[in-house]
Design a protein around this ligand. Structure first.
Ligand code: NAI
Ligand SMILES: O=C(O)/C=C/C=C(\O)C(=O)O
Length: 486
């Protein structure tokens, strides 16, 4: 039976309490192994190891040496690609075809991208005139923030964890990661990679457990943690923000979304259908950037609904290793219960179920898994819960619109503000509408096209702060101003 241990100060350790919990595969609910649950003692040991490592050999490395080390980590992830792929797909149930193109390559790339950004980032400098005529020079100097707590979710486990660990380490910080209780495997494996690459003990630590009254809470309330970066649900973000307020610790948060796609009649329909199929259904709809509200200009509305339904009919549900499969289960039975409750609510709220809406019969071997049908609704009111709340499943509601002004208002009528997608061959219109979106990210004629040098994050209740490229520097470093009187 596989055991997922904590990784503290370069070693795999179990919990003093002996407490464990099960890790199950969402494909068929089979038992994958047991996860050791960290108590306050393990979290304290991990944070203290991270604090001590800030003053050890890690702090002696030059930026160039850190870059070399992190490039080695990226290369080693790629060399052990199949192990990471297997681990990720067993934990999440996602198809190999998806994880091998998105999760694992990005997991490695996240260690390379930020080192390069840092190497090319200029230092701020201002010359100040003074009454004696000699002046003064101000020079910006960045130092690591310290111990960074990384709280990561289950939807893109390696990708989203390394998206934080990569820049944190590139900036010279040390980290304690609390991966989601649903997906412990790739984060645990990364500890071994860190050792293989010669990352000093204590720089990268992992503690397993849940949120409230468990590892997540113990970590975010630990007084030696200097900053907290989180991806997950908005209400969890609120709890973490409260914890961070003690000691005025810095936070970076990327939370939920209820993202709109706006499809104008002048779009390239093939591209809009292909893009919306991905944005609504890839990863079983479990992507924070995913589309759950689709607004289609009336002249092409009927055609769009028909073609999107056809796309859904062609999705191939199957085991991760099935090469033809492009649609897996949800992450857990618990999450399926939540998503399915929205499927039932949609009917109560008066939706027309265009396709899906149920739990598929996958056959005896898979029926215990967390499978759910990809689903399209039409006909819901704008104030229905299904149109307003984040579902985080493979589903979307499609509604017609008649004017640009109307659709801008509809798209922005939400408490969230993470991402929006616009489909139009009229670039002036695309840009005009994009500028009016109250979201942190807007894609025109594409979706999830990522350049790691760009700012990433949400407006409104979708998050606080921006990570990516130089923007991460604000969170992962302390900017000091050194004023030199000449
Ligand atoms: N990227 C996103 O926007 C994501 C959104 N979700 C949404 O959140 C819903 C719930 O999924 P969960 O996995 O339960 O998300 P969550 O937000 O509760 O969990 C994310 C991480 O936060 C940790 N956590 C939870 N409570 C905490 C606390 N009080 N202090 C410190 N850490 C804490 C969890 O253990 C996990 O590592 C999903 O149904 C989905 O709608 C889930 C994952 C990612
Ligand atoms: O590309 C990224 O860095 C992130 C993508 C997706 C999420 O953040 C998410 O689904 O939570």
């Amino acid at each position: 039976m596989k055991e997922y241990k904590h990784f503290i100060n370069g070693q795999y350790v179990t919990s003093q309490s002996g407490k464990t919990f099960e890790n199950r595969c969402p494909v068929d609910n089979s038992l994958l192994g047991i996860i050791h649950e960290a108590g306050e003692a393990e979290v304290d040991a991990a944070v203290k190891a991270a604090k001590a490592a800030l003053k050890g050999p890690w702090s002696q490395l030059t930026q160039a040496q850190r870059t070399t080390l992190l490039n080695r980590v990226a290369d080693r992830i790629n060399e052990r690609f199949d192990e990471f792929l297997q681990a990720e797909c067993l934990d999440t149930g996602k198809p190999h075809s998806i994880a091998s193109h998105i999760d694992i390559p990005r997991g490695a790339a996240n260690f390379k991208a930020f080192s390069e950004t840092l190497a090319n980032h200029p230092t701020e400098s201002f010359r100040l005139d003074t009454p004696d005529g000699k002046g003064a020079a101000n020079v910006g100097h960045r130092t690591p923030k310290g111990v960074i707590a990384v709280i990561s979710p289950w939807n893109l486990p390696l990708l989203l964890m390394t998206w934080k660990v990569g820049p944190a380490m590139a900036c010279g910080n040390t980290v304690v990661v609390k991966p989601s209780e649903e997906t412990p495997a790739t984060t645990t494996l990364l500890g071994d990679v860190m050792n293989e690459c010669g990352v000093p003990p204590g720089v990268f630590n992992v503690v397993h457990g849940f949120g409230a009254n468990s590892a997540g809470e113990f970590l975010t309330t630990h007084p030696l943690v200097d900053a907290i970066t989180f991806t997950g649900e908005t209400s969890t973000g609120e709890a973490i923000m409260k914890a961070a307020s003690v000691g005025l610790r810095n936070i970076s948060m990327e939370c939920g979304g209820k993202n709109p796609a706006i499809v104008f009649a002048d779009c390239d329909l093939d591209k809009a259908i292909e893009g919306t199929m991905r944005s609504a259904f890839v990863n079983c709809g479990q992507v924070c950037l995913g589309t759950e509200r689709v607004y289609v200009e009336r002249p092409i509305y009927d055609k769009f609904v028909k073609r999107l339904k056809k796309g859904v009919e062609q999705l191939k549900l199957g085991r991760p290793e099935d090469e033809a499969a492009n649609f897996g289960p949800l992450v857990s039975l618990e999450h399926r219960e939540k998503v399915f409750s929205y499927y039932k609510l949609a009917v109560t709220e008066g939706a027309t179920v265009e396709i899906g809406g149920g739990i598929p019969d996958m056959g005896r071997e898979l029926n215990d898994g967390a499978w759910i049908e990809p689903t399209i609704w039409t006909g819901l009111a704008d104030d229905s819960r299904v149109v307003r709340e984040e579902i985080f499943g493979p589903c979307c509601h499609i509604r017609p619109f008649d004017s640009e002004e109307e659709v801008v208002e509809l798209a922005n009528d939400t408490n969230y503000g993470l991402a929006a997608t616009i489909w139009s061959e009229n670039s002036a219109r695309g840009i005009r509408v994009a500028e009016q979106m109250e979201t942190g990210l807007i894609w025109i004629n594409s979706w999830f096209l990522r350049d790691l040098r760009t700012a990433f994050g949400g407006a409104k209740q979708s998050g606080i702060g921006r990570e990516g490229g130089v923007h991460g520097l604000e969170f992962y470093t302390e900017l000091k101003n050194i004023c030199i009187k000449l």
